[in-house]
Design a protein around this ligand. Structure first.
Ligand SMILES: [Zn+2]
Length: 714
């Protein structure tokens, strides 16, 4: 059976194979598209097959297989058999077929590739590449015909370009990349037929912004661990795109591969480092003192703040981004209480949340007018209306629709924590064409966990009791729901890439329109990408790692909303089972690492398994830490109880020492005045200090990630 992901709409196969070849010959039978551009794209698409990429010509030579390029889908007779689980959208099939579809006819001696547009060519060629079978430095292909097209026009992923930079962290994973790493990631995304990036930029800007230099990601002090001397060193970090600017080149590459780049930024939150450098411009919080984060947004009445926000959005447009995803922060419990804001936004508003909403809609309209003047084609989307109550009154939704221009798109529609009826309600209110994304944040939840691993339900102890339900299974359900509803787009989070590639495979496959059973998909996609034997091992490891976040022990009282089941004595059998299975998982990760390292095609996947190895080594320590903490809870004798705290502190050190080997950004960041760190190590020490010194407590809380603050209602 032919293995192809994303799953194609129609495929007929004979069981036979083409002749062997080691070069490709492109024959020009084009009437409207540019042959030279197609040749260039072909070389780029074979990014992980250098031997073929270097041997693409337009004349037939010994050893070449010819691909006749035809830029028309008229009279195409391809297979009528569906692959079984590829779903058609309710309408606009013909439109999607013309815009992004292709016909691929692979005969024993030659290939015909048909398409109407560059996107269709790219997807047809990508399918061809994915079907390659390598045998001793030559290749063959399965003889088949494919007719294929996506079920939704926009299939986005949201990677992080800078995330809470300076507010709660400095950077990890893709936030530290230069051009080469981004180009490789883009290539892998196009292999999965993704056609949009919503690049997250929160905090210090990763690009130059004239007149507001203090808001850019340059020379930010941080302490990094120097293993040679066993000491912390202070360095000054500058984002790679400021050190050696590559964004323009990257946007050009993305556009050549028919991938749109959107800026995923705050509407009025975490926009550059302005609120760090200008605390006087922050909103005035109510005097109750219960609101920790007055630092992420700007008071719109304060002189200069609106000009600043508009300057940032204008620059993003000039940089060449195709659109915006503007996020309204969820924190709707209070709003600026300065006299001017009270005068402007509170009049007639029933709650601070409503005042904030009015201010935000006003700002949204301002941004809309400003960026459209620079580029009339810029797409504006919002990620808003997410505050409780989660079930919206249709009258409220209608008011939202009426309050903004009709071509503002929606990058968030509900799915989780609400009844099934909520999604159609939003589709009806805004129109299906305006829905570009749902609540598929499973990967971003993982990225709050201090580089531990979480993808599947099975990675957690008592998943069913967790308030945050975001796992890959839920993402897939939502993608299928989006396709069935026939909305414009899907968005899948890839806040972390290393070790979490299954999310990309899922966003690619289910965004394209597959309704394959999940277990079937996980297995087959692992075989497809890594071969059967290695793929099985990889899937076993990914589904059987048990991750307990350090904050899940009872004495850790600082809120961490993303995985918050507290461990109890009833969980001990599950923890001991995880401990018993740990040597097997670690050994399998080692085997996978060796196999990947020795394979010229798979070598670039090695960092994924280095990351999993680091996480699994930490898991083993964390199991002991949890067991010790449960003994601590049970122990009634103070003399015996106190030494258990030493044991916990020692295990905390061991856990952190493993993280220190690999990661760069592991200390609290406190420039805003509120300390935050994604590693619970520092807060664990503070909490234990306070248990031991109740009379002189250290009250300087270290939040478990700035992003946790907006989620505390969960
Ligand atoms: Zn104000």
């Amino acid at each position: 059976m032919v293995s192809l992901f994303p799953e194609p709409k129609y495929i007929n196969e004979t069981g036979g194979y083409t002749k062997s070849f080691n070069r490709l010959c492109l024959l020009n039978n084009l009437k409207k598209l540019d042959f030279e551009r197609l040749k260039k794209i072909t070389e780029l698409r074979f990014w992980n097959y250098n031997d073929i990429a270097e041997n693409i010509s337009d004349t037939e030579k010994t050893g070449s297989l010819t691909i006749t390029l035809i830029d028309s889908l008229e009279n195409l007779e391809t297979g009528t058999k569906t692959s079984g689980t590829a779903l058609n959208p309710p309408d606009n099939t013909e439109e999607l077929y013309k815009a992004q579809g292709y016909g691929l006819e692979i005969n024993s001696e030659k290939i015909f590739l048909r398409f109407e547009n560059y996107a269709g060519f790219i997807y047809g060629l990508t399918s061809l590449k994915q079907l390659l079978i390598e045998e001793k430095s030559v290749y063959k292909l399965p003889i088949c015909t494919i007719k294929d097209y996506p079920s939704v026009p926009a299939r986005a992923v949201a990677p992080t370009f800078s995330w809470y930079a300076g507010y709660g962290r400095i950077g990890f994973d893709s936030q530290l990349w230069g051009y080469d790493e981004w180009a490789e990631f883009l290539n892998i995304c196009v292999d999965n037929k993704i056609n949009q990036f919503n690049m997250v930029m929160y905090g210090y800007w990763p690009f130059e912004l004239k007149h507001y230099e203090e808001t850019t990601f340059r020379n930010i002090p941080l302490k990094i661990w120097n293993a040679e001397n066993s000491k912390w060193l202070t360095i000054h970090y500058t984002h790679p795109n400021l050190e050696d600017p590559y964004l323009a080149r990257f946007i050009e590459l993305a556009h050549l591969l028919e991938v749109k780049l959107f800026a995923y930024v705050g509407l009025n939150s975490y926009n550059g480092g302005y609120t760090i450098k200008h605390p006087e411009a922050r909103p005035k919080a109510p005097k109750t003192g219960e609101f920790l984060n007055d630092f992420d947004s700007l008071c719109l009445s304060h002189p200069g703040t609106v000009d600043y926000i508009l300057a940032g959005m204008s620059e993003i447009t000039r940089l060449g981004f195709d659109g915006f995803t503007l996020e309204e922060s969820e924190e709707g419990f209070w709003y600026c209480e300065c006299d001017a804001c009270k005068e402007t936004w509170y009049k007639g508003a029933a709650s601070p949340g409503e005042a904030k909403h009015r201010a935000n809609i006003w700002l949204l309209n301002k941004i809309y007018e400003t960026v459209r003047k620079i580029n009339p084609n810029t797409v504006i989307g919002i990620r808003a209306f997410r505050q409780p109550p989660l079930e919206k009154d249709p009258a409220f939704l209608k008011e939202c629709v009426d309050s903004m221009p009709k071509d503002i798109m929606l990058f968030w529609a509900p799915a989780l924590y609400v009844p099934e009826t909520e999604f159609p309600k939003w589709c009806n209110a805004f129109g299906r064409d305006r829905i570009w994304a749902r609540d598929t944040e499973s990967n971003s939840i993982t990225s709050t966990m201090g580089r531990l691993y979480r993808t599947f339900e099975s990675n957690m102890i008592r998943y069913k009791d967790e308030t945050n339900v975001q796992v890959i299974e839920r993402d897939i359900e939502q993608h299928i729901g989006s396709v069935k509803m026939g909305v414009h787009g899907i968005n899948g989070y890839i806040f972390e890439w290393f070790g979490l590639f299954m999310h990309l495979f899922a966003h690619g496959n289910y965004g394209w329109g597959s309704i394959m059973e999940q277990e079937d998909f996980f297995r087959r996609v692992c075989w497809h990408n890594f071969g059967k034997e290695l793929g099985e091992k990889i899937l076993y490891v990914m589904q059987n790692i048990i991750t307990i976040h350090e904050s899940q022990i009872p004495l850790y009282t600082t809120p961490f909303p993303f995985q918050k089941n507290k461990m109890t004595n009833a969980d001990i059998p599950a923890i001991k089972a995880a401990r018993a299975n740990h040597p097997k998982i670690l050994a399998m990760i080692e085997e996978i690492r060796t196999a990947v390292q020795n394979s010229k095609r798979l070598k670039s996947w090695l960092p994924h398994f280095d990351r999993l190895k680091n996480a699994e080594r930490r898991n083993a320590v964390i199991y002991e830490l949890v067991l010790a903490s449960l003994r601590y809870e049970d122990e009634k004798d103070p003399k015996k109880k106190d030494p258990i705290l030493d044991e916990i502190l020692e295990l905390n050190e061991q856990d952190f020492a493993i993280a220190k080997e690999m990661f760069f950004d592991i200390n609290p960041v406190g420039e805003t005045g509120v300390k935050s760190c994604m590693f619970p190590y520092h807060e664990m020490k503070r909490l234990i200090y306070n248990i031991r010194h109740p009379d002189t407590p250290d009250n300087d809380i270290i939040c478990s990630g700035i992003e946790a603050l907006g989620w505390l209602w969960l």
